[in-house]
Design a protein around this ligand. Structure first.
Ligand SMILES: [Zn+2]
Ligand SMILES: [Zn+2]
Length: 273
């Protein structure tokens, strides 16, 4: 499997980092996890397109993780002419979210159907709401889910993907919790959205201070990786976004707690497992 960081950013706009999303490729099966700002553009950079997606997995409904879902839906629809369903999986609430997106897109859907003969209906989207603990398969990838902890955001879920003996956990925004430990146990790659707690604590901004209580810091992510025996820790959703010359410092903080490989990088950084 190739794990491609299609967006390493956060709600804070950054010219070089798209919003949170990760693309997993296993052979011809492409699965997108979350759909942050600019995801379709980054997918193109990763050699993918919405029409190649076998599934979109959503961890939670925070806007930074879903704000470009409408672009995924529309681009998939236009490029497939509605002949293939786009399958979206997420926590309870995702069905209504997608329904509302489709309402917002109604003028566009009407214009395109009026103008393009091959388009006879709106986007072909199949949404599945998942309870934590539910498992399912997409082609030859088995996926398990567990509840994560990002209160007051509820429900939130993380995913573990397994293909050909390789495993990856993509858990979204969460503090360390039993669900993350379960999903990341012994994985080849544990992808965790992180903040630098030490830096955020020094920024005198009330809303930034609020993010401290519902995200994993770099150190906590490293401690989780060590506790569960993950082989690699992949850091994404970097707050505050580091400059490349600061990557060694981020890695060093994590390496104090975790002996395995630690990956941090720009958008389109790829980890193969
Ligand atoms: Zn969030
Ligand atoms: Zn987030």
């Amino acid at each position: 499997m190739d794990i491609i960081l299609t967006g390493t950013g956060s709600p804070i706009p950054d010219p070089n980092r798209a919003g949170p999303s990760t693309l997993v490729k296993a052979g011809d099966t492409h699965i997108l996890v979350d759909a942050g700002r600019g995801v379709v553009m980054r997918m193109a950079g990763a050699g993918s397109m919405p029409m190649f997606l076998s599934g979109v997995l959503i961890t939670h409904l925070h806007s930074d993780h879903v704000c470009a879902l409408n672009d995924v839906i529309t681009t998939h629809w236009v490029l497939t002419q509605g002949n293939v369903p786009l399958r979206i999986y997420g926590p309870v609430g995702i069905a209504e979210f997608v329904e509302r997106q489709l309402h917002a897109l109604e003028p566009d859907i009407g214009y395109r159907i009026a103008h393009h003969e091959p388009l006879t209906a709106g986007p072909n989207v199949e949404v599945t709401e998942l309870e934590p603990g539910e498992g399912f398969e997409i082609n030859d990838i088995s996926i398990t889910t567990a509840a994560t902890e990002h209160s007051p955001v509820k429900p939130t879920i993380g995913f573990r993907l397994e293909h050909d003996g390789a495993t990856v956990a993509l858990v979204g925004d969460t503090i360390p919790c039993a669900g993350v430990d379960e999903l990341a146990a012994g994985v080849d790659a544990y992808v965790q959205t992180v903040i630098r707690r030490d830096i955020v604590e020094m920024i005198p901004n009330e809303m930034l201070q609020d993010i401290l209580d519902y995200h994993s810091g770099v150190i906590e992510a490293a401690q989780t990786a060590a506790r569960v025996g993950a082989k690699r820790l992949v850091l994404t959703h970097l707050v505050p976004a580091p400059q490349p010359e600061q990557y060694p410092e981020w890695i060093a903080r994590a390496a104090e707690h975790f002996d395995g490989e630690i990956v941090i990088g720009d958008d389109l950084t790829t980890v193969s497992v």
